[in-house]
Ligand binder design. Structure first.
Ligand code: IDC
Length: 466
């Protein structure tokens, strides 16, 4: 039932620096809607509106009408339902966010083509009041414009292979030939900033001959949720660093706890809208949309994927997207299932792969058998694995690690090892204190896991061009 409010609803518009913002005055204790530009580029921008219920009882629905000047239009929205009439764009709730509890809020986002800022705002049918004044409020935009692409360096993994594409069950290069990418994952980028410097990336690219650099952006645990703009910028910078060295960058939306990806759906849509718009021109970006779903059904993961993938595709239609699987990306095995549930009900999108993770000291023959079986039907990508136990710590299991890596090589399954960091745990490739020291090349800085991984990764690649 639609509850008519008697309070005056209004919106605050705060836009990027050098723009003009319309400031709508708010009565005290009203439901409000706040608009902000969260990213902008030469031909458009991304907007976000937060509808807040500042009253003492729940509201059961909401509706926001934005008017844009001629030549500017909303081309995509998420976490809301978009309709339009002329220059007016109407946003109503998505299936899950119509009800807003007392003192709670919901945020939806949209992409605008054209640079005109809103000229009008109506919330639940009432005209926003206020004046338009120039402002120089600080921008929260993670980047001013979509990044242009750095030409791939000749002879590097990106220089040779170019834009990747899923072909059958394989990852293929620009020549349509199957390839395997071998590389390293960061630890949580919120924890080890000094491990991802220019010197570190140089060592990965030229000493390790790494094809791939996974950028692990935790969402919780002091990650993205604490500073979306800051983490988005950090990820984009690392994408550039990888590109400059001819390495692929795997953008990992590192959900872990809670294991239900739906908990982070809105954040995922916002984050992937931004990174895909900004990096669309690049050939080196692969999107990993959910690190390790756990405690949820495959149907839930698939539903999440089918909401996030269109957000990416709208900006970056040809990029490969990797989808997490049930049971901490074990293809379901760690929760008593297997890959048959995916084969029977695959994600309804093309150019996608499925994640498999393992920790060699914990996951052995039965997991290897399932990977071999699944690889016959599904494109798999080992976006994370460790040479130790699933805790990320303990001794390297050399025999199991080599059995795994031999299997992945044979099946041409790409992989990233956890972690290129100096965390004091067995899975870290670098000895504690290495990152502060600032030198990363050679074997002197490596742990037992690092020595094993560098020796496996730096061997010659097989990247066919004909
Ligand atoms: C671990 C880190 C550890 C950190 C912990 C919690 O190694 O330092 O305290 O996360 O954030 C995964 C996860 C990955 C884990 C890793 C090892 O994707 O985040 O990292 N692991 O436990 N899945 C299986 C193992």
């Amino acid at each position: 039932m639609k509850r008519r409010t008697t309070t005056i609803l209004a919106a605050v518009l705060a836009v990027a620096a050098t723009s003009t913002a319309a400031l709508f005055a708010l009565p005290a204790s009203a439901e409000t809607a706040a608009f902000r530009v969260s990213n902008s580029w030469s031909t458009g921008y991304q907007g976000e509106i937060t509808v807040s219920n500042q009253s003492s009882s729940a509201i059961s629905t909401w509706k926001v009408d934005l008017t844009l000047p001629a030549g500017t239009s909303v081309t995509q929205a998420w976490s809301s339902t978009l309709t339009s009439s002329g220059n007016t764009y109407t946003f109503t709730p998505a299936a899950w966010n119509g009800t807003i509890a007392a003192n709670a809020s919901t945020t939806f986002g949209f992409i605008v083509t054209g640079t005109g800022r809103p000229t009008g705002c109506v919330v639940n049918g009432q005209t926003c009041t206020g004046t338009t004044t120039p402002t120089s409020s600080p921008t929260t935009s993670p980047s001013a414009s979509p990044s242009t692409s750095t030409p791939p360096v000749n002879g590097t993994p990106v220089g040779i292979n170019g834009q990747l594409k899923v072909c059958g069950t394989k990852l293929c290069n620009q020549y349509g030939k199957p390839i395997q990418l071998r590389g390293m994952s960061t630890h949580g980028i919120q924890w080890f900033p000094s491990c991802y410097t220019d010197a570190a990336l140089d060592a990965l690219a030229t000493d390790w001959n790494s094809d791939l650099f996974r950028v692990s952006m935790y969402v919780q645990e002091q990650g993205y949720e604490t500073n979306p703009a800051g983490f988005t910028t950090r990820v984009n910078n690392l994408v550039d660093e990888a590109e400059q060295r001819g390495m692929y960058a795997l953008i990992d939306f590192h959900i872990l706890t809670p294991g239900d990806p739906m908990y982070n759906l809105d954040r995922a849509k916002t984050f992937f809208a931004q990174v895909s718009a900004r990096n669309a021109a690049k050939k080196n970006v692969i999107y990993e949309i959910a690190n390790e779903p756990n405690g949820v059904s495959w149907a839930t993961i698939k539903n999440y994927a089918e909401q996030v993938i269109p957000v990416i595709r709208a900006n970056d239609p040809d990029a490969v997207v990797v989808v997490g699987t049930r049971g901490w990306s074990s293809l379901g095995v760690s929760e008593g299932g297997n890959s048959s549930e995916i084969v029977a009900n695959p994600v309804n999108a093309s150019n996608v792969m499925y994640t498999f993770h393992f920790y060699a000291a914990s996951h052995k023959d039965n997991y290897r058998a399932e990977v071999e079986r699944a690889a016959a039907s599904l494109p798999l990508f080992v976006t994370e694995f460790g040479t130790v136990t699933y805790t990320g710590d303990g001794a390297v299991d050399t025999a199991s690690s080599n059995a795994w890596l031999d299997l992945l090589d044979r099946l041409q399954i790409s992989y990233a090892n956890w972690t290129f960091s100096d965390a004091g745990e067995g899975s870290a490739a670098l000895k504690p204190g290495t990152c502060a020291g600032g030198s990363f090349a050679g074997t002197g800085v490596l742990t037992e896991s690092g020595l094993l991984m560098r020796s496996r990764i730096r061997t010659a690649d097989n990247f066919p061009t004909t």
